[in-house]
Design a protein around this ligand. Structure first.
Ligand code: UN1
Length: 476
């Protein structure tokens, strides 16, 4: 059984949980010790004890540790990528790509540790100087989702440590393997005891203990809207700092003047790669009349070339759905879309392979309208719907007609429409002729409306969440 990491010690508990491979449900990856409320509180106490010293630690030390972590992750990318693919169901290639991204994030924040800077202002009063500096927030609770088992933890943990905070990390229950591997690397990196703690367990126990604890000064969360609301409600009484990344219902607009190959590739990648299990996935394909027929048959032809199968099989393009619950949610949404008048144009059926896994053929639903549930609620699977519209203005209107606002894409060769869409899309990220999903690691990530709350993640903008500003006035 793999233990928890609390206060710099590996800790076992009496309960363990199986980590099962979604490509082959007979394959148990390992058993992971489950934290209860008491272990979580011990971890928070350890992080709290370690906070002052780590907050004052020198930047060379922080740089060296983050650098060491990044280098080790990178040097083990095949092995960790295979573990990721085995526990989450991403293909091996996608898994290795994600591990490389996690490594790059640690290396990026290793360098950022050396670039902590402030401002100097002249005062309105004579003889006084003003300095603006940034200081750590303290103990940060990190609650991560299952769909990026190493990259999302990395993009929360690396800036937290870079800016001098200590961490209590709760990974998603479905993916303890990558979380444990990451904790093991952090444990051997030279971090002082208690600076990083790993508590694995259910949200109702471990997550709740983090929410309830006033010693947790900030929480960075990625996951569902309903859990995000719980994080927010639990944090208000403490006036705790929060950063929430929740769902998306991201539009990809395809205009008549689009390059057809680019549009098909953007749609297939954005909607179906990583099994569509990305909050940045393009789930609404909004297509103008003149290209609609060519675009739909282009996507269908491309989907027909993709193989759904075991994540570790080199021939696989699309891995399994993460678990039985998610699979039944995906199937329910396909059924709901059909019952509301959508036509299933491709896929949507269970696929049988040699191993028993949650394999679903990517589903393309056409003839849908913006008010249907399939176009309003996040599915989080390999399911995309096509909405036919008259022209660019109608496309823009439909694109923005959603409670979400994470990523919005457009495929067009018109500079006029591209510029207008960049300006008017109500989303945190806009993509022109690139997929809505698959972002760089050195620039801000986040959305608007019901998708996100609080400062952006990633890049230098991460410092807005992971540090607090101090304004000092000095008269000599
Ligand atoms: C990406 O599209 O590269 O949970 C990243 C998610 C997002 C990350 C998407 N927070 O899917």
């Amino acid at each position: 059984m793999k233990p928890l990491l609390i206060g710099g010690e590996w800790v076992t508990t009496s309960h363990g949980m199986k980590n099962v491979n979604p490509s082959d449900i007979g394959d148990v990856i390992d058993i992971y010790a489950q934290a209860g409320r008491a272990e979580t509180q011990t971890a928070i106490e350890a992080a709290s004890q370690a906070a002052t010293a780590w907050g004052m630690s020198n930047l060379q030390q922080r740089h060296d540790i983050l650098h060491r972590i990044g280098v080790e992750i990178l040097s083990r990318k095949e092995e960790l990528g295979a573990l990721l693919a085995r526990e989450e169901g991403k293909t091996l290639q996608e898994g290795i790509g994600e591990v490389m991204r996690a490594a790059q994030i640690f290396l990026y924040f290793a360098s950022e540790a050396l670039r902590q800077k402030g401002d100097v202002f002249a005062s309105t009063r004579s003889g006084i100087g003003i300095e603006i500096t940034r200081e750590p927030v303290g103990v940060v609770g990190i609650i991560a989702p299952w769909n990026f088992p190493i990259a999302i933890p990395a993009w929360k943990i690396a800036p937290a440590l870079c800016y001098g905070n200590t961490v209590v990390f709760k990974p998603a229950e479905l993916v303890p393997g990558c979380a444990w591997a990451l904790a093991d690397i952090l444990h051997r990196s030279g971090l002082p005891k208690g600076v990083f703690n790993l508590v694995i367990g259910p949200g109702s126990v471990v997550g709740q203990a983090i929410l309830d604890d006033p010693r947790v000064n900030a929480i960075s969360f990625t996951g569902s809207q309903s859990t995000g609301a719980r994080v927010a409600n639990a944090s208000v009484p403490f006036l705790r700092r929060i950063q929430l990344e929740m769902g998306g219902k991201n539009p990809l607009v395809v205009l008549d003047d689009a390059d057809l190959d680019v549009a098909v590739e953007c749609a297939v990648d954005g909607s179906f790669f990583s099994t569509g299990q990305r909050c940045t996935a393009s789930s609404r394909l909004i297509v103008t009349e003149g290209i609609h027929a060519r675009f739909v048959s282009g996507v269908v032809d491309r989907l027909a070339t993709l193989r759904v199968g075991h994540a570790l099989d080199k021939a696989t393009d699309i891995g399994p759905v993460v678990d039985a619950n998610q699979l039944s949610q995906d199937l329910d949404y396909i059924a709901i879309a059909r019952s509301q008048g959508g036509h299933l144009r491709f896929g949507g059926e269970l696929v049988r392979r040699e191993t028993e896994g949650h394999f679903l053929a990517p589903a393309l639903i056409v003839e849908t309208s913006p008010d249907m549930r399939i176009n309003r609620e996040e599915v989080f699977g390999p399911v995309a719907s096509v909405i036919r519209v008259k022209d660019y203005d109608a496309a823009l209107h439909v694109a923005n007609d959603t409670e979400f606002g994470l990523s919005a894409g457009i495929c067009t060769t018109s500079l006029k429409h591209a510029v207008d869409f960049k300006r008017k899309a109500q989303a945190g990220m806009v993509m022109v002729n690139v997929p809505t999903a698959g972002v760089d690691y050195h620039v801000p990530f986040g959305g608007r409306k019901a998708s996100s709350y609080g400062p952006r993640e990633q890049g230098t903008y991460a410092s807005e969440f992971f540090s607090v500003v101090k304004t000092s006035y000095t008269s000599a």
